[in-house]
Design a protein around this ligand. Structure first.
Ligand code: TRP
Length: 342
């Protein structure tokens, strides 16, 4: 039996947090062992908000380097940049004709963004979920690791796949969501520990970034908000700050809550903060070092991304051939001639 196909992606819009690492990227790297994984830097999606071209280009390469630094292995997985594979945009068009306006109108992320980006509610922002469906369906994806906030988009991908298949035969695999970021990986804001740690929150002290230096990490944990109770217990309602630190420590150390409570039972908050910082530093140090190495060797990074794009292209072209055939679009011999049978 071949391994189930996994596809996931993130937008190259700024740095990622410790929460993104523990909740998403680390899960991705773990899935490489028993899945056929495809990881994509979704740069086309990021164009739905205005980007400065020079900065944008660097951010795209930064995110690709970060995937690799976090442990995505180009010998096990396909890692590539979305815009390198034209079929994403092409399939998005085809799928948009199988997507109803009413469905897009119901997308809560669009409604939120239309409010927060009221000056630039472009059509791409509206059809964003169709491009995401194209990303996923293009590779015959079985499972899609996504955060809770993307579940509605995935549901739409499934509906579009089912609708297309109903009309034109079983072309697409109907993908299953694999919701990540649960359990110990549910990392909270260090200043307001009842909220999720988010890269978009203003305060630097509130979030640990994957590429933060050890000094910055230590400082942020030392200033983390706790409470006045003076005990270390797993009491989320009354001690959200303490429980967040315990969760971060155990996520970094792969430990259970019981182990964390036993380890810290006789300690004060100062020690909990410092030891959590140390565990996070040990976790992220190799990631930051590998990132810096990759970003100082453009040829190595380019080589990896070029190979990934070629692997993705080959798979994508096979699906485009099936989709176009199913729709009755004449195949261009110059494009598909070399690909062999159906
Ligand atoms: N919309 C996703 C996000 O903002 C990113 C994304 C684009 C994605 N295409 C995808 C995620 C395909 C999973 C699969 O997080």
């Amino acid at each position: 039996m071949s391994k189930p196909i996994v596809f996931s992606g993130a937008q190259p819009t700024g740095q990622l947090t410790l929460g993104n690492y523990l909740g998403a990227l680390r899960q991705w790297t773990r899935m490489q062992e028993d899945h056929d994984c495809i990881f994509c830097v979704v740069d086309l999606h990021a164009l739905t908000v205005r980007q400065d071209p020079a900065i944008f280009r660097e951010r795209i390469l930064d995110l690709a380097a970060l995937y690799l630094a976090c442990g995505i292995d180009p010998d096990k997985s396909v890692i590539f940049i979305q815009s390198h594979v034209p079929a994403h945009a092409e399939l998005a068009w085809l799928l948009s004709t199988f997507t109803m306006m009413g469905e897009l109108d119901r997308m809560t992320q669009f409604k939120d963004k239309a409010r927060s980006h009221a000056h630039n509610v472009n059509a791409g922002l509206y059809t964003y979920p169709v491009l995401m469906a194209a990303d996923i369906l293009l590779y015959g994806t079985h499972r899609v690791p996504v955060g809770e906030d993307q579940k509605q988009h995935l549901e739409l991908s499934r509906d579009v796949a089912v609708r297309f298949n109903g009309l034109h035969g079983p072309v697409f695999v109907v993908p299953e969501p694999l919701v990540t970021g649960g359990g110990a990986a549910r990392i909270k804001d260090l200043q307001e520990p009842t909220k999720k740690m988010s890269k978009s929150v203003e305060s630097d002290l509130a979030k640990v970034m994957i590429l933060d230096t050890p000094d910055a990490i230590l400082k942020k944990f030392k200033k983390a908000v706790t409470d006045g109770l003076g005990v270390i217990s797993d009491d989320e309602a009354n001690q959200p700050g303490v429980v967040n630190l315990l969760n971060i420590w155990r996520a970094a150390r792969n430990a259970s809550m019981e182990e964390a409570l036993a380890h810290f039972s006789h300690n004060m908050y100062g020690k909990l903060k410092v030891e959590t910082a140390e565990a996070v530093i040990a976790l992220l140090d190799p990631v930051r070092n590998r990132f810096n190495e990759l970003r100082s060797d453009p040829a190595e990074l380019e080589g990896i991304l070029n190979r990934g794009a070629n692997q993705a292209l080959e798979r994508a072209e096979g699906m485009m051939k099936r989709v176009m055939t199913a729709l009755g679009l004449p195949l261009h011999a110059g494009r598909f001639g070399g690909l062999g049978g159906k």
